[in-house]
Design a protein around this ligand. Structure first.
Ligand code: CA
Length: 246
């Protein structure tokens, strides 16, 4: 007799895979709007920016699942933008668009922190395929392991270690930590934690106090013993996980 497989345990926070949030940075209106419109038709959430500086502001306000950056932008160009956010610990997958086709430029783009590169002009279908491939790629992880500095989280066994010492965490703390690690280097708001970790979209009472207490406990466990703080409070926004408080 065939036994019935038990239902898999409730998954932790998942990336918003069905409706990824994408930032499209391009100063040229026609390309920007056609890419944005095409992705919206795929039911993706799209935010647009017309310059590197505007993109940095958008990235500071909310995390994204994917960045589509044109190389040639007024002011801070796409490559400078990537270097800027990578230096701050942001590892969001990035697709760099460019009219430049030289091999040297491609290498510079990939070394500068792009995950893929698409020469213009391109077919939307190819852009979409490249984006999907980048979204499938786990961020900063090999298999089930996520890491940030000397902190490691195994999402399969749901166990955490810092500098080789295991850290006892409650299931909720594991959920929070996994979410913060997936979006490390980015600002995570309390609303995002409510929605993605607590799975609450609408409540009469905000969970802010509950979240702050949980974060305080998690921070105490992670940063115990004088280790370099990894969870930072971002005033007026929420939290950011990363070795660098900036
Ligand atoms: Ca451009």
């Amino acid at each position: 007799m065939k036994s019935v497989e038990p239902a898999p345990p409730a998954a932790g926070p998942v990336m918003s895979a069905a409706h990824p949030h994408v930032l499209v940075v391009e100063d040229e209106p026609k390309t920007r709007e056609s890419v944005a419109e095409g992705l919206r038709l795929e039911d993706w959430r799209v935010t647009t920016a017309v310059s590197g500086d505007e993109a940095v502001q958008a990235i500071e306000r909310a995390p994204f699942d994917l960045l589509i950056l044109d190389w040639m932008l007024p002011g801070m160009d796409g490559l400078a933008l990537l270097r800027h956010i990578r230096a701050r610990g942001n590892h969001t997958p990035a697709l760099l668009l460019t009219a430049r086709g030289a091999v040297d430029d491609r290498v510079a783009g990939l070394e500068g922190g792009a995950d893929d590169y698409l020469p213009k002009p391109f077919a939307f279908a190819e852009l979409l395929a490249r984006c999907r491939a980048l979204l499938r790629r786990p961020v900063l992880s090999s298999g089930a392991a996520l890491s940030c500095g000397d902190l490691q989280l195994d999402t399969r066994t749901r166990t955490a270690q810092r500098a080789g010492q295991s850290i006892p965490l409650t299931p909720r703390e594991v959920d929070i930590l996994e979410y913060l690690m997936r979006y490390q280097g980015q600002n995570v708001t309390r609303e995002m934690l409510e929605r993605e970790v607590w799975k609450q979209t609408r409540r009469f009472t905000a969970l802010d106090n509950v979240i702050d207490v949980q974060m305080m406990r998690l921070r105490r466990k992670l940063d115990d013993g004088g280790a370099e703080p990894l969870i930072h409070t971002v005033r007026g926004i929420g939290y950011r996980l990363g070795p660098d408080p900036a």
